[in-house]
Design a protein around this ligand. Structure first.
Ligand code: MN
Length: 206
């Protein structure tokens, strides 16, 4: 097992939770730039935002979900890396398990990294561009989402990095997909995988 996934495995009992185990062959290619946003009705409702970086889903919990309004910053708390197959998971985690509650695939698609070395004028400074992993380590990410609900450029910035507690913000970049009038978190609540509501997933999978 990838060592990035040690924390993931420690928190879960594979005999009890229906979540992917992390040691099966993933159905998603390691190099595919996929993202997923999972609506998760745990102790507190939140949206888990996950990006495949080098074969692992790097993950954040976003309490309010992502905004489509340019520069509207949403808090994103870094959580443990998840296995790639988790991008396909929709179901119910038993209440006595870590993260117990209903999980919905709220949005999903491909992303493309945007240039991380832009200087103030928006020109590349001539250096080789950072990889997503380097940009993650440096605490500043830029990418374009091509989901069903969310599209266009987003940026993330790390605002706090204590031992166990990494806080970031995520916000929409000002491009043709920025739209202050849309509010998909409220107006498009269903699963992009199955069209189900949270209640329907709970009834079906429990
Ligand atoms: Mn969660």
């Amino acid at each position: 097992m990838n060592k990035d996934l040690k924390k993931y495995a420690e928190k879960r009992d594979p005999d009890v939770t229906p979540e992917p185990g992390g040691d099966d062959a993933p159905h998603i290619n390691e190099d595919d730039h996929v993202f997923v946003i999972q609506k998760h009705d745990a102790q507190n409702l939140h949206y888990d935002f996950r990006l495949n970086i080098d074969g692992t889903l790097v993950s954040w919990a976003v309490p309010k979900g992502l905004s489509t309004e340019a520069n509207n910053k949403r808090l994103a708390i870094r959580t443990e890396d998840h296995p790639l197959d988790y991008a396909e998971f929709e179901g119910v985690i038993p209440d006595d398990q870590y993260g117990g509650g209903t999980v919905m695939i709220w949005d999903k698609g491909a992303y493309s990294p945007l240039a991380h070395n832009d200087d103030e004028d928006g020109e590349k400074d001539g250096e080789k561009d950072k990889t997503m992993r380097e940009a993650l380590d440096d605490g500043a990410l830029k990418f374009a989402l091509n989901g069903e609900k969310l599209k266009g450029g987003y940026a993330m910035a790390r605002i706090q990095d204590d031992d166990e507690d990494e806080q970031w913000v995520i916000f929409k970049l000002d491009d043709e997909h920025a739209d202050a009038r849309r509010n998909p978190v409220s107006t498009e609540p269903e699963s992009v995988k199955t069209g189900r509501s949270m209640d329907e997933i709970e009834v079906d999978e429990k």
